[in-house]
Structure formats: C-alpha cells, structure tokens
Design a protein around this ligand. Structure first.
Ligand SMILES: [Zn+2]
Ligand SMILES: [Zn+2]
Length: 272
C-alpha cells in the first residue's frame, strides 16, 4: 500500500510540475503578445550608450506602432546613420519621418537619410521654406505639410504647428496609461505643448520626452515649470537635448523614479 501511495505522490508532483510549466509558458506568450512600443534616442547631446556619438541635436525612433516613425533627424546624417548602425537599426525600416521645426540640429540629418531610404513620408510644418521642401521631394519622398493637428497613423498625432515665432509640431502618442508627448526643442513652450496634447486626446499625459528648451533658465523659472507639469498631471518626464543640466537635476529631485534619464542610445519601452 505504501509503495502505491508513493507512486501516486510522485505522479501528482510530476503532473503539477508539468501544469506549472504549461502555465508559465502561456504567461510568457502573453507577455510577448502585449502591445509594446519602444522609443530609442538615436541622436542627442546627452550620452547614454557610450558606443554612440553625441552631438547637439535630437532624433528618436519609435517602433511598435502601425508605422515606424523617426522623429527629427539630428544635425548630421553621418552621426545619425552611424548611431543607427551601432544600434542595429536599418534606415530602410523607417516609414515616416516627422520634423519638429526648421532648426539645423533637428533637420540636418534628413537629406543624408533620404539618400539611404526615400520611400518615406516626411511630415513637416507647412511653414518650412519652399527650397527645403523641394529638396526633400527631389529625393522622391512624399511630403505631408502640417498646419492643424492631425493623425499620422493609428493613435499617433501631430499637435500641428504651434508657436508664434518658430513654428513647431510635437508628437502625441496614445497609450494605455495616457499620452506620450515627444518634443523637438519645445520652442512654443513645453507646458503649452502639454496642454495642447491634453486637449487633443482628452487624456492625461503619461510621459513628456525630448528637448524642453529650458537651457539657461534660473532655478525659480525651472521650479515654476515643474510645478505646472505637476498641476497638469504629467506622470513621467524624460528631458534631454536643450533642457539643460539644471532642469534635469531639478526634475529628477521632484519626479524621483518617474524621471527617466535619457541620452543617445537610451531605449524606453512603453505599453501601448
Ligand atoms: Zn530649435
Ligand atoms: Zn534643438
């Protein structure tokens, strides 16, 4: 009798083990199926991955959306393409290039990139100079000129041209936890961009990433902006490019774990 009980016990344990493994496998698959998007900073003046070159400017690649979107191109196509190579990113995989504003540190990499892949849509502010648009078209790229807010692909929006001086568009991406806002230089004011994003999707802002244009601001001014971010309910921040060291420090003090340190080579994964 005892031996029979022991055999049953062993069989039960084996069965439990198999069941646990099966469940574990399913969970793993579920994780894999969960919709994720990844934002990779491919160009920035802040360092993150030492294999990448840093230079003044900004560019990030957003994967996991309906289309693969490159937001801004940095100032130099050789650095942009070199950084992409170092990260294993194939330029031919890019479907859409969004340009935030006309400054060279955001658009300087475009033509070199179009020479590698011109089968893209370039979404740029309507106010860009005609010769810039002509040159982009000459590569064979399809241009889409933005004035008002618009949907770029499923769940991805442009704020439209904002600002009275330098016109700039920012990206707003719909995610489960709220919108993700990506800014180039934030010339129209980063808080104004946050407010526009909130109105555009009628949701909370989960993350603001990119250049905040706060370099050279004093402590009081920066603290006032951080207070406005809190008032607007911005949950996480990832300032880089033209945000400034002091801005990054002060945001980190207030936001703690919700401050994401980004620079060239940083990959931020987000649930869609
Ligand atoms: Zn600028
Ligand atoms: Zn800039």
């Amino acid at each position: 009798m005892k031996r029979v009980t022991l055999v049953w016990l062993i069989l039960c344990l084996l069965l439990m083990g198999a069941l646990m493994q099966a469940c574990g496998g399913k969970e793993g698959e579920k994780d894999h199926e969960e919709a994720l998007m990844a934002v990779t900073i491919v160009y920035d003046n802040y360092e993150y991955d030492p294999r990448l070159k840093t230079a003044w400017g900004f560019s990030c690649l957003i994967e996991g959306l309906e289309e693969t979107v490159l937001f801004d191109t940095g100032g130099d196509s050789a650095i942009l393409l070199g950084n992409m190579r170092a990260l294993g990113i194939d330029p031919s995989g890019i479907d859409v290039i969004v340009l935030s504003h006309i400054h060279g540190d955001h658009v300087g990499g475009l033509f070199g990139l179009l020479a590698e892949n011109s089968a893209v849509k370039v979404i740029l502010p309507e106010s860009f100079p005609a010769n810039f648009k002509d040159e982009a078209r000459a590569f064979g790229a399809e241009l889409i000129e933005v004035h008002e807010q618009m949907e770029i692909c499923s769940g991805v929006y442009s704020t439209g041209e904002l600002g009275s001086g330098i016109k700039e568009q920012s990206l707003v991406i719909k995610t489960k936890k709220g919108s993700v806002v990506i800014t180039g230089c934030a010339h129209p004011g980063v808080v104004n961009i946050v407010r526009k994003a909130k109105a555009l999707l009628d949701t909370q802002v989960y993350l603001v990433m990119g250049g905040f244009h706060m370099l050279g601001m004093g402590e009081n001014q920066i603290e006032a902006v951080i207070a406005q971010f809190k008032e607007e309910g911005v949950q996480r921040v990832a300032p880089c490019h033209c945000s400034g060291d002091l801005t990054r420090e002060l945001f980190q003090e207030v936001y703690g774990e919700d401050f994401i340190e980004v620079g060239a080579g940083k990959i931020v994964e987000l649930e869609r």
